[in-house]
Design a protein. Structure first.
Length: 328
């Protein structure tokens, strides 16, 4: 790879993911807050031990997630053969400053295990020892797949509807002042899986904007998962590349696995029943029987494929090659 092409790729990654408003804000906030290690430790605590409640806490943690995502993307880029050594000195210095901080290290290693930042940390410490150059197989095809992955990933992190739904998936919740009730994951999935509740709560009419956004976020996230699964399947001959790509969103795949009471698959199974319910004919005018049958058939097929994609993405073995690389 020519230096010019390599520099263009690095500049694109930096522009799209490091110069992102939230990642940049996360780094600047880190520089200020890290001067007080106790405060940093409080802000980056394990939410399962002590819930995150204040706006300041939520905003800082979200911004740090964006910053860690940037380092994960750099790590994934190396493992995909999309970029290679050496990384710019500024990138190396900044990554070390953040990733080697003891509080941040505890955050991404113990509280919320993220392997891509760990790989980058190890790479920065001893690039030759990790041996990435000998393990990756750069190719035009892999570059194209990786760029498609980056576009898809960026569409997810910039989507406010998906962001809201993922907040629920991560044990968060909202209070809807119009409905005067709390909105959590179980409530939203019950609505999505019930034709009666979809009508009762007038979903899609903007009567209850927050609820509409969360329902749309669910739908968009399922579509995102299907697109992600399709890209991973195209990487079947590059197991380390696929492992890195899986690890990029592993936190959410594992969260799906940890939700036995109201998993997305259960909701999608409920949606299958909606295709047999005369829901749209009551709300959108009478459909011809042939059109309704076609809609039902296509809907069932899409839902079944989405269920298969989610099951595929929840397979943690897809990420093992990266875990093995770290343990060597």
């Amino acid at each position: 790879m020519s230096k010019e092409k390599h520099d263009i790729k690095l500049k694109s990654l930096n522009l799209n993911f490091r110069k992102n408003l939230r990642a940049d804000r996360g780094y600047k906030s880190f520089l200020t807050i890290s001067k007080d290690s106790d405060r940093l430790a409080s802000l980056l605590r394990n939410h399962k031990t002590q819930p995150i409640v204040t706006h300041e806490e939520i905003r800082f943690r979200d911004d740090m997630d964006f910053l860690l995502s940037y380092y994960s993307i750099i790590s994934c880029s190396l493992l995909a053969g999309y970029i290679s050594s050496p990384l710019p000195d500024k990138t190396i210095m900044e990554a070390k400053e953040v990733l080697l901080n003891p509080v941040v290290k505890l955050f991404y290693e113990e509280y919320y295990p993220l392997y891509l930042p760990q790989v980058l940390c190890k790479y920065l410490d001893a690039p030759q020892q990790l041996g990435i150059a000998e393990l990756v197989n750069p190719s035009r095809k892999n570059d194209q797949i990786f760029e498609s992955l980056l576009l898809l990933f960026r569409s997810r992190i910039e989507d406010e509807d998906i962001d809201g739904f993922l907040f629920l998936l991560d044990d968060g919740g909202f209070y809807d002042s119009n409905l005067r009730i709390p909105l959590d994951l179980q409530f939203v999935l019950e609505i999505v899986g019930s034709p009666r509740l979809l009508v009762e709560f007038k979903v899609g009419s903007q009567t209850y904007p927050r609820l509409d956004s969360l329902v749309f976020g669910f739908s968009k996230f399922v579509s995102y998962l299907s697109g992600y699964a399709a890209l991973l399947r195209r990487m079947s001959n590059a197991t380390l590349f696929r492992a890195a790509a899986w690890q990029l969103e592993s936190y959410w795949f594992i969260r799906l696995h940890e939700k036995p009471g109201y998993q997305l698959e259960s909701c999608l199974k409920n949606l299958l029943s909606i295709t047999d319910y005369d829901f749209f004919s009551k709300n959108e005018g009478e459909l011809l029987q042939e059109e309704r049958d076609k809609w039902q058939e296509e809907s069932k097929k899409s839902i079944q494929l989405a269920m298969e994609d989610i099951t595929y993405l929840k397979d943690q073995e897809l990420g093992w090659p990266l875990v093995n690389l770290l343990s060597n």
